[in-house]
Design a protein around this ligand. Structure first.
Ligand code: SAM
Length: 238
């Protein structure tokens, strides 16, 4: 936890917060902080700054906070991801939040197992928890947008054109693709397929919508590795 994220409920006055639970446990066991020390804090979707510890016990942590710094800018990248298996989804959501992706669209695909859409890890609360962990890691306060698109064709026909306005669009695909560009620096969208890959019909649909197939190398990567490699190549170094 490189930043303690503060929610509206934590504030007992304009500049004072009281924390319990996971964040208190972390400060006690990992930071091993004491009264008078300052910790890095940030208001969810707001400014960052420091919090001076005014009281610390196993029951509660009280801090006087000063918030004046802007969070880092989001990366101008939309990730369109075929819904992965739940455990992988958790890790990917955390990772892409840490990397600063601005919007993640989870899509259906022929080779996405139907049961994945029923997973408790897709609940709003479970997704929110993973996003918080990603923000705390990165020292960011702004949540990425998460959208679920359970039907691929309507998404591609109705929503994708708007998402692509002013953006370059890439389809990570291991065959018949040109080399993935690096550190593009302009707004982008990248689509990553399911474990079994997109079927030819889906590849054609996404290509017709304007996504250009790009290769991440000759090796076939697991979904979460493909996400990390694609973003590592495409994202500007900020
Ligand atoms: N057998 C599947 C295929 O041929 O498409 C492999 C799917 S791979 C495990 C899952 C997804 O990761 C793919 O749909 C693609 O989006 C991405 N991916 C994995 N390796 C890739 C590579 N070398 N180049 C481009 N995309 C890749």
């Amino acid at each position: 936890m490189n930043l303690i994220l503060l929610a509206p409920d934590d504030f007992v006055s304009d500049h004072e917060v009281v924390l319990t639970g996971r964040r208190l446990a972390h400060v006690l066991s990992v930071h091993q902080a004491t009264v008078g020390e300052s910790l890095r804090v940030g208001e969810l979707n707001g400014l960052m700054g420091s919090g001076e510890i005014t009281e610390l016990s196993t029951e509660r942590l009280c801090m006087r906070v000063v918030l004046s710094e802007s969070p880092p800018p989001k990366q101008p990248v939309i990730l369109v991801l075929a819904l992965p298996r739940p455990k992988m989804l958790k890790r990917i959501l955390q990772m892409v939040t840490t990397l600063g992706v601005e919007h993640v669209v989870l899509i259906n695909s022929y080779r996405v197992e139907k049961s994945y859409w029923q997973s408790p890890w897709l609940s709003e609360a479970a997704i929110h928890e993973q996003l918080l962990l990603g923000l705390e890691q990165a020292r960011d306060t702004v949540l990425p947008k998460i959208t679920l698109a359970k039907r691929l064709k309507p998404f591609v026909e109705d929503d994708l054109p708007d998402l692509l306005l002013g953006r370059e669009g890439w389809l990570a695909h291991p065959v018949d693709a040109s080399e993935c560009p690096t550190h593009v620096g302009r707004p982008q969208l990248v689509a990553i397929g399911p474990e079994g890959g997109f079927i030819p019909y889906e590849v054609a649909l996404l290509q017709a919508a304007g996504l250009k197939p790009v290769s991440l190398g000759a090796r076939i990567l697991r979904v979460e590795t493909a996400v990390a490699v694609a973003l590592g190549k495409l994202l500007p170094l900020i």
